[in-house]
Structures are given as C-alpha cells and as structure tokens.
Ligand binder design. Sequence first.
Ligand code: GLA
Length: 724
Amino acid sequence: MKKYMLLVVTCFATQLFAQQQIKLETAKFKTGDNVEWKNLLTDDSQWGSIKSSTMWELQGFPDYNGYAWYRFHFFLPTSLKEKSLWKDSLRIFLNKIDDNDETYINGTLIGKTNGWNKVREYHVATNSTFLKWDADNVLAVRVFDGGGGGGMYGGVSFINMMDIIDGISMKLNFTANNGNIELHNALSKKVMGELYASVINPENNKVITNINKEIGLIANEKLSLPIINNINNRFIITATFKEQQTGKTLNISETTPYILTPLPSAFPKINGAKVLGVRPGSPILYKIAATGEKPLEYKVKNLPKELTLDTNNGIITGTLPKEGNYILQLIVKNKKGTATNNLTIKVGNVIALTPPMGWNSWNCWGLSVSAEKVKSSAQALIDKGLIDHGWTFMNIDDGWEKPQRDANGKIIPNEKFPDMKGLGDWLHSKGLKWGIYSSPGPLTCGGYLGSYQHEIADANSYANWGIDYLKYDWCSYESIAGKDTSLATYQKPYSIMQNALAKQNRDIIFSLCQYGMKNVWEWGALVNGNCWRTTGDIEDTWQSLSGIGFSQTKQYKYAQPGRWNDPDMLIVGMVGWGENLHPTRLTPDEQYTHISLWSLLSAPLLIGCDISKMDDFTLNLLSNDEVIAIDQDILGKQAHQVIKNSAYQIWMKELEDGNYAIGIFNLSEKYQTITVQWSDMGLKELTAKKVRDVWRQKDVGTFKNNFSTKVAPHGVTLIKVFDK
Ligand code: GLA
C-alpha cells in the first residue's frame, strides 16, 4: 500500500490550477459506516447526493456527528496523462474535511489525515493497478466527525496530473552555523532550471549574498548549495527555482533560525517549579530539574522522613499524610560548584500549583500515537536535557483505546499500547509523569471509545496504571446534551468525572477540553478542573497562533495556582497530526512570540512535536529558564493586555518577587520601534527601572520614564522590569 501513498503537506506548485482538472463537486453520500462502501462496485444508486464544498450540516444533516461516506464517480481519460509533461503521478486534492478522513480509489487506501481545517493532497502513481484509465472510477472518502461542523468543506476538490515542478522540492537546511539550499529531483528524468537566491539583512535591507545559477538535476538527484555561514543573526534567505520547460517556479523565503538563549553554564543551576501541590497521602514524584556539567549529585535538607531521595538522579518519592507546607532545601553539586534552592511541598487540596509542563502526542502524531512513539519522545526529552528545565508530563492524546470494552466494562488499550502500566512505570522511573485522554461522550473526537457511563471504571483504570493527568474532551457528549444548552448540562459530565477522579488514591490533574464553551474559565474551578481549554484547536500558522494567543483577554482574572486557562498546546518543532510530520510553519520570530505569550499567559506548556527530531533552534527555544520561570511563577497571575492597536500589543504579568514581565509584540509585517511608557503600565513613573532582556538573559540598562525596543515582524521583546 505504502508505495502508492505519498502524503504531501506543503504544496509545491505555485500555478496549481493551470492544468486540466477533474472537478469533485458532487458526491453520493450516506451517513453510517461500512467498510464495503470503499469499493468500486458498491451500489450507491439509492444514496443521496451532496456538495463537497459545504459541510453536511448545511445540506440536510444539521445535528449529525459520527461516520459518513462520500463517493465521487469520475471518468479518468488517458488524455489527462498524455497532455501532461510529467506522466507519472496523479494528484487528488481534497479541500478541508472535518474531522478525519480515509480516502480510497476503487477500494485501495490512498491516504488518511486527522484534523479539521486542513486540505488533503494525496499522490498516486499513474501506473497503479487499481486506477482505471478511460473508464469509471470511484473515489470514496470515509469521514469521521467528532462534534460541531462535519464533512467536506472549504472549496473545490479536484484531480489532476502532477506537473514537472511538483517533482522538484526545495528547502533550506540549517546546521549549527550554516544554511544550505537543498534541491531534490524526484522525477525519473533530468530537469533543468535556474536558481536565484539571496541573503539580506532585513533591518537595513543590505544584501549579504546573491546567487544566480543554472542548475541541471539528473533523475533522483539531491543537490545541496551553501548559502550562509552565520545563522545567528536575523537574516532573510529567499530562493526561486525556475523550471526551464514550463517556466514554473518554486519559491521559498525564510528567516535564519537565530538562537537567543545563551548556552547553559557548566555550574549547577536548579530550575523548575518552586512549589509542588499534593493531596494528603497521594504518591509524590518530584524530579529535581537542574543543569550543569554532569555528573550531578543531589542532596536535600529538611527532607520529611516519609520521603526518599535518589541521590543519583534527584528523584524524590514517598507520601505525606498530613496537610501543611514542607520547605525542603534542594542541593545540586558538581565539580564546578554547588547550587541550592527551596522547594515548598504544599500538602492540601490543590494540585497543579504551577501550569503543567510537558509533552502531548496530538500535534505531532494525531491518532497514530503508540507506546513506542511516547517512549521515544520521553527518552529524547531526557537525552536532550529538557527534563533538566522542568519539562515533566508525557501525555497520550486520542487514539489509544480498543473499540470494545472487556466483559466487565473495563476500557482496554489497543495494540499500539501493549502494556500501559509498564509504560507508566518506565516513565515514572525516569522522574517523568504521564497523562491520558478521554471524552465524556460515547466516542472521542477521533472516533475512539469515550468514558460515557463508565467514568468510575475508567478513573479506576487510570489510577491502576499510575496516570497523573487526564484530558477530558467534550466531543461526542454533544449527542448526549442534545438541544439542552444550559450551563448545568455543560458542567455535568465534568462533575461526574471529577467525582470519579477524587475517589482515586493518587493525584490526577484534570484538564477540561471543551474549547471555552459557556465561558468555562468562570466555572472550571467548580468542577475541580486544573486547566481548561479556552479555544478551538490550534494549528501551526501565524493566523491560528495570533488569533488564539492575542484574544486571551477576558480570562486572566480566573488564573490562579491550581486553575489555569489553556490556549492549547505548543506548535513548534516537527508537527503533523498524523504519521507525516513537517517542521512548524511558524517563522522563528513567531515562535519566540508563541513561547513568550504562552509564558505570560501562565498557560500549560505542552510540547506538541516529535522530540526525537528536535533541532537546535527548537531546543533552545524551550530551554530558556528565565522565560520558563515567567510561566512557572508561583504567584500564578496571568498577563493582561495593556496596549492594543493594529500594529503592536503590550502584555504585562505581575510576578511573585514584586516585579513584572512585559511582552512587547509586533503584529505587523515590518520592523517597528515600540516604546513602553511606564505610566501606561501603571508603574511608578519617576523612578528608574532596571530592564532585563529575558530571551538573551542580559540586563539592558536602567530606564526612567519609558523603554524603547526594535521588534522584528511578528516578533517580540520580552523584558523583566524591576520595580522593587
Ligand atoms: C479535539 C481536541 C484536540 C485533540 C483531538 C483528539 O480536537 O481539541 O486537542 O485532543 O480532539 O481527537
């Protein structure tokens, strides 16, 4: 099957629509699910008909969630192939689908993708035996909708031949210092063209390098051309490859992945949250997060007698039966020196005293998550040192359950998770915690089994496996709620699960996922939620990131230790929501904005990429302890928007030490010099204030009435202002 299937995430051709196309406008349509419906000869004469450009809700299926099939009948003329310059591959372009699809031609699977709001582009070799040239074919799309709008939507879907330019790919590849343009000819013939490339300094538009070169790429050739040898400044690299025969072009334009975070020192330094909330008698697992030249030796003063420290790896375990505050002194030593820091363990009713930090499988693996993939990201989190900066949770999202419960109603993990408890024990032995996902409805958003009417049984299973975090996703509960849109109905399933979790003998962070409905931030604490999603799903685009991030204006008052607004998971690194990952489409500046804004918002920080493939830029982005400290500040206040105009915004967060973190965001496409007036921030105007550049971890001076900074397009200057 694999050889026919090539899922392409980026769209290579610029003139996509110039060729002859077979339009996929109307399909035969039926709700329900039957694997036979993928086949060419299935009798669909009695099926209804539906347009592919609009969701099914608007075409006679207003409340339908679940499975449905589209069957497009199309004639495939050989003329399509003959008129094409490159005759090898057919493109099936499907517009957006809500939520997931599996797509077949004449019964053969050609691709599948999870997640709404994404176009699908599948490629099929023209000599595939299942294609019928000069005959009728059937493209069958099995769609699953977990809730909300459903089906195909967003524009025209079509089939056409791939062009020569589609067989060429061009990308930039960055190593520690250098940047190369990489061209690849995937065709079985030689391709000629011209390459124009330049490097400019966008601050003054000075051209640093210019290339204009004729290029011949033989069949399957990969060519690497050096373009820059210092990527630690903010430069823009643009390149165009013009294919000779058709004149069609490929274009790229990227900012160098410039790193701001300084290298960690060889001296020991203790990082991570300074407080841990735990209920009386619940198992404690706390890994002292510390950087510095290895080996590190760990010690703790004032360790309560009920707790044990593993001095080799800094993991504290045990249980504290009595309520109260326990102040421990953490000590980390290496041959360069000693670091000390206090950790307060607060034994009481509130957990998640700082926003949870870790990883979640969804934004990378989607429904294809497996125990192996979780382990490989966990191992990479340890090996790449993220664990030493306080990254702790490894959360499995949708896609882990078997379709049926056992005879006793117990949920069973599917074949991708052969030993749940074993996986958890392994993660715990490394000092990591872990989480799982379910829905209060009968099915999850991905069509897997939910917890409806099995809440206690599921909470028991989670506790038996040693789970530390549950994400509970509304989705098909919509079918239970029906037309009842009262607040009580929205709260009910979360209350039920919270009661089930409260009965367990361990702490399980409760993460509400219902996209902010009924202003969840106003009542999430009532159902004992530790965090609650405030928005729909995030994507790795500026539109999505800025749309979500900069609209978190109303909720800030509700954030406090143990209760966090959640603007969704991080979209940096290799993401993809399925088996095929791609580097985030955010520019480096947009990524600095992302991490700065999420930290100011006191958001849960859940990495959503394959950590085993994490590059240096992303690693440095996620390893800046001063930025992380803003997120993990124990006062637990969330930043609020102080200045907003069409070109920039300024957000400010009050910190536990009496000082402030301020994010100065440039929302425009151009460099801007932005001035922060202390008086606008409500700070004492006449006293000079020390300002620290948080990303660079450098004091930048003392400023009396205001502070000005030049900010890159879509970028940020994140400062700490010392007002105390
Ligand atoms: C919803 C959630 C996502 C993810 C998927 C899983 O879309 O918002 O974060 O959990 O479901 O199917």
